[in-house]
Design a protein around this ligand. Structure first.
Ligand SMILES: Nc1ncnc2c1ncn2[C@@H]1O[C@H](COP(=O)(O)OP(=O)(O)O)[C@@H](O)[C@H]1O
Ligand SMILES: [Mg+2]
Length: 369
């Protein structure tokens, strides 16, 4: 709300008249008012200086000592318990992050990984699990790159310049890292992003630094782990992973293959490792189904003590219809198969159940134990 200049003038005249009147009654009032306002002004200036100093130190707030001291815990078994079928890839990623932590310093991130593979094989899931294990107190920055299809979306990522719409909010990548640099950043489905958006990431991946355009602040990625995922190049990558087991050879050949699929070579060169997460075999899908069953029931406060093999076979059999979507559909199938029996189990007050497949109805039945 702005006041009309006339009212401001009126207020000023009022204040001056009042002060003049006060001065004639009490001649010492003017020096006192002057002294009080000078002290107030000085105090405010000192406060602003303190705030600015705090802000500057927050901008550079990567505590490298903490990273070197091994305070960031990496729990490989925890990840492998939830993520099935990609143990070698999990080990490769965690080994690289461990090395990144030991060598952590300004100007480089803790690691950058490009996860390629068919849809629903656990690429985004793996990045999220790594985030949960290394920085459990901070949410990962998950950027769905299919929302960055326009060249102007660079501003969404790095913050629009001052005066442009949304500049107070800052960038979708920069602002969370300014708030806390202990983050895992996930560029999900990076193949869908506009090339200019990928281009603006070159420097960030290279130097571990960037300037947020909105605030002018420097963003430090020294404690960040970068993941990018993509569904491109599956047919070209599969034989590379079949031919060699050496991570260096695989990454080198994967760069060539992905460059032929439209990725810019300088972009691919910025990733420490490229990993290929292929379609899961049926036995792993059965494991995932097991996990999904336990997780689904646990949401309703019921532990699954046993699930019969017939349930898992049925889940795998029905997932084949949706194999183009990877294991993404397993969760939905499990929900569909088990929801009626969850209702019944809750009615009966069961805390722990054994699950069997009813051959006649193809539904799951639960018995308390
Ligand atoms: N290898 C896996 N082990 C266990 N669960 C998995 C695995 N792959 C996928 N899932 C399940 O499927 C969901 C979708 O996987 P997601 O990682 O989003 O696939 P994408 O490879 O397309 O990124 C995950 O949230 C997870 O519940
Ligand atoms: Mg994904």
């Amino acid at each position: 709300m702005t006041l009309h200049p006339f009212f401001l003038l009126l207020a000023l005249v009022g204040i001056v008249t009042g002060l003049h009147k006060l001065n004639s009654i009490f001649p010492l009032s003017m020096p006192i008012i002057f002294a009080v306002s000078t002290v107030g002004l000085l105090a405010r200036l000192l406060m602003l200086r303190g705030e600015r100093r705090k802000q500057v130190s927050a901008d550079a707030a990567v505590d490298f000592q903490r990273l070197h001291a091994g305070e960031v815990l990496i729990c490989a078994p925890g990840i492998k318990r939830e993520m099935r079928g990609h143990d070698a890839a999990v080990d490769q990623v965690l080994t690289r992050i461990q090395r990144g932590l030991r060598l952590a310093g300004p100007g480089r991130s803790l690691g950058s990984f490009l996860l390629a593979g068919p849809t629903g094989t656990g690429k985004t899931f793996m990045a999220q699990l790594v985030a949960k294990t290394i920085y459990p107190e901070e949410e990962p920055v998950l950027l769905r790159m299919n929302q960055y299809k326009d060249h102007a979306d660079v501003f969404t990522l790095l913050g629009p310049p001052p005066g442009h719409p949304g500049f107070e909010v800052g960038g979708a990548l920069t602002r969370p890292v300014l708030e806390s640099p202990y983050r895992v950043v996930i560029f999900d489905e990076i193949d869908k992003a506009h090339p200019d958006v990928r281009h603006c990431l070159y420097d960030i991946l290279d130097t571990g630094l960037c300037r947020e355009k909105s605030s002018g602040k420097t963003v430090h990625f020294g404690a960040t782990v970068f993941f990018a995922t993509c569904n491109a190049g599956v047919e070209a990558l599969r034989p590379i992973w079949a031919d060699s087991s050496d991570p260096l050879t695989r990454t080198g050949r994967a760069r060539e293959a992905l460059a032929r699929c439209g990725f810019e070579k300088p972009f691919l060169a910025r990733f420490d490792e490229i990993l290929f997460l292929d379609t899961l075999p049926p036995v792993t899908i059965a494991e995932v189904a097991c996990l999904q069953i336990a997780r689904h029931w646990r949401q309703f406060g019921i532990e699954v003590d046993y699930a019969s093999p017939e349930i898992l076979v049925e889940a795998v059999r029905r997932n084949v219809e949706f194999s183009d979507y990877g294991v993404r559909q397993v969760a939905r199938l499990i929900q569909e198969m088990t929801t009626p029996s969850i209702e019944a189990a809750r009615r009966d007050g069961y805390r722990k159940v054994r699950l069997e497949l009813d051959a006649a109805t193809q539904r799951i039945s639960a018995a308390g134990c």
